[in-house]
Write a protein that binds this ligand. Structure first.
Ligand SMILES: Nc1ncnc2c1ncn2[C@@H]1O[C@H](COP(=O)(O)OP(=O)(O)O)[C@@H](O)[C@H]1O
Ligand SMILES: [Ca+2]
Length: 491
């Protein structure tokens, strides 16, 4: 006789069906209820008005998660055509006009319904710092012109202002460490090295620096529950364009008709106007009296002499602190890894020298071979590179190595701690992101509460527990199971 399968009794079938429906319903509800809300983004726009050019950056972050780290990313950047806004001192309205194309671009990139809630900031750096020293009314007019132009945009314009060197250095440091997810996790931070055209910044955390020695170099932050005591310094006139002026001023003090410049390639030959060269507060007080109108700038391509000329723009004679970098500026002991960006990256990348595991001596050797290469050959090898940049890479490379080793005291041992970087996780390294995070209060002082589990972990646990409960339920109903006896049943 056939034994009847106890699972096939109507009671168990009903329990099973109800159970399965209950599990499916429970898991569905749990998943839907806790699903991350459809991703809606918020946006922020920062204009970096640098000395050589202006760039616009668009950032986005999930609308629900303003307070979480590592969530703001750069989605787009736009390079403004023409020079930096400080170059429009004599026709300020053109500074405002110059920004229009990138604003139009941003209008297309940010969804229209978000335009009026998207904050728009403009921060100006060393070019405008120099203009405000030279001619403060001209710099005010340039700011007025860009403000007028940006107020007409559909975005929520929050003002155009001059960043201090301290802010520029500190926000660059915030950007690098935010993008690397180092702040929320309380990890050892990365120092920031920013080389611009008119100024250069160094910012890092050093254990033996509490800010009491030279307080003007100290910036303190409380971010995600951690305290940071940051050392930062900005050297005005030590961006690479102004540093080049300093070396040219050094070589033209006697008012010569021509100079043989060791930092330019052999065969390089350009006419330079004295009044152009000395038209900057970095050198204007040293303009030689009775010089001719122009001089001929000839290249010599002599690396060791170039190093000497570059070294001569740094002053190491006085230091009223326990230790200094240069020009009497306090600097604590270097510590930790460093990210070097902006012109550090452009120059070292062009020279194929971004790999800092190459020994410093080899880097110097390769650079000297490059500097000694005739100008004609260099032009032939790089027909697509802007001639102004191309002519200056030998000087710029030498300046970078001198600034790092003689200026900041990096050694052959600590040089590999530097990484030349352009972007981190798709966002440009620079002060703009840190500036926006600060102004939108996007980095909280205390660590935000985070969910115990990620969404997927939560769903798995709910499913497993539900299945377990169901199995338990089935077993607890055992007394009601139909008897399953081995005895033959009487039909
Ligand atoms: N492709 C490139 N090659 C070499 N130098 C570059 C390149 N792109 C930009 N630069 C230089 O990077 C520097 C950027 O400085 P910038 O941000 O404008 O000035 P600052 O930060 O001092 O206000 C300038 O010296 C500019 O010439
Ligand atoms: Ca800059």
């Amino acid at each position: 006789m056939k034994e009847k399968n106890p699972w096939h009794t109507p009671v168990t079938i009903i329990i099973t069906v109800i159970g399965v429906i209950a599990i499916v319903a429970l898991v569905t509800v749990a998943v839907l209820q806790n699903r991350p809300l459809t991703q809606k983004y918020k946006y922020g726009i920062v204009l970096d008005a640098g000395s050589s050019h202006t760039a616009l950056y668009i950032y986005q972050w999930p609308a629900e998660k303003d307070n979480n780290t590592g969530r703001v990313e750069q989605t787009h950047s736009c390079k403004v055509k023409g020079p930096g806004i400080s170059s429009y001192a004599s026709e300020p309205w053109k500074a405002g006009e110059s920004l229009k194309d990138c604003i139009e671009d941003a209008k297309r990139r940010v969804p229209e319904k978000r335009h009026d809630e998207t904050p728009l900031y403009l921060g100006a750096t060393a070019g405008m710092r120099l203009l405000s020293i030279e001619d403060s009314s001209a710099s005010n007019k340039v700011f007025q012109a860009v403000e007028q132009s940006l107020q007409k945009s559909p975005f929520s314009f929050q003002g155009a202002r001059l960043l201090s060197g301290q802010e520029e250095g500190a926000f660059g440091w915030v950007t690098v460490n935010y993008l690397d997810d180092r702040l929320k996790q309380g990890l050892e931070t990365t120092g920031a090295l920013d080389l611009g055209g008119a100024s250069t910044q160094i910012s890092f955390v050093s254990n033996n620096y509490d800010g009491s020695e030279s307080p003007k170099n100290s910036v303190t932050f409380r971010l995600y529950g951690n305290d940071y005591n940051l050392y930062t310094n900005s050297f005005l006139c030590y961006g690479k364009d102004q540093a080049l002026r300093l070396t040219l001023a050094q070589q033209t003090q006697s008012g010569p008709r021509s100079i043989l410049d060791p930092c330019f390639h052999p065969g390089y030959n350009e006419t330079v106007t004295y009044s152009d060269l000395y038209d900057s507060p970095c050198v204007s007080d040293r303009k030689p009296q009775g010089a001719p109108v122009t001089f001929t700038h000839l290249g010599q391509g002599n690396s060791s002499q170039c190093q000497d000329v570059v070294k001569s723009i740094f002053n190491f004679t006085h230091c009223r602190y326990t230790q200094c970098s240069f020009n009497g500026v306090f600097q604590p002991l270097l510590q930790g890894p460093f990210g070097a960006f902006s012109a550090y990256y452009f120059v070292m990348n062009f020279l194929n020298l971004t790999d800092t595991s190459i020994p410093l001596e080899v880097v110097r050797k390769r650079l000297s071979i490059y500097c000694e290469t005739p100008w004609d050959q260099i032009k032939q090898r790089h027909p697509d590179v802007k001639l102004k940049y191309l002519a200056e890479y030998c000087f710029s490379g030498t300046y970078i190595l001198t600034l790092l080793t003689k200026g900041y005291n990096f050694t052959s041992e600590s040089y590999p701690n530097i990484k030349f970087i352009k972007k981190i996780k798709g966002s440009d390294a620079g002060w703009t992101l840190g500036y926006m995070l600060n102004l939108t209060n996007m980095i909280p002082a205390e660590a935000p509460d985070s969910p115990l589990l990620p969404h997927s972990g939560y769903v798995s646990i709910v499913t497993v527990i539900t299945v377990l409960l169901f199995v338990l339920l089935i077993f607890s109903l055992r007394p009601f199971w139909p008897r399953c006896s081995k005895q033959p049943q009487i039909i």
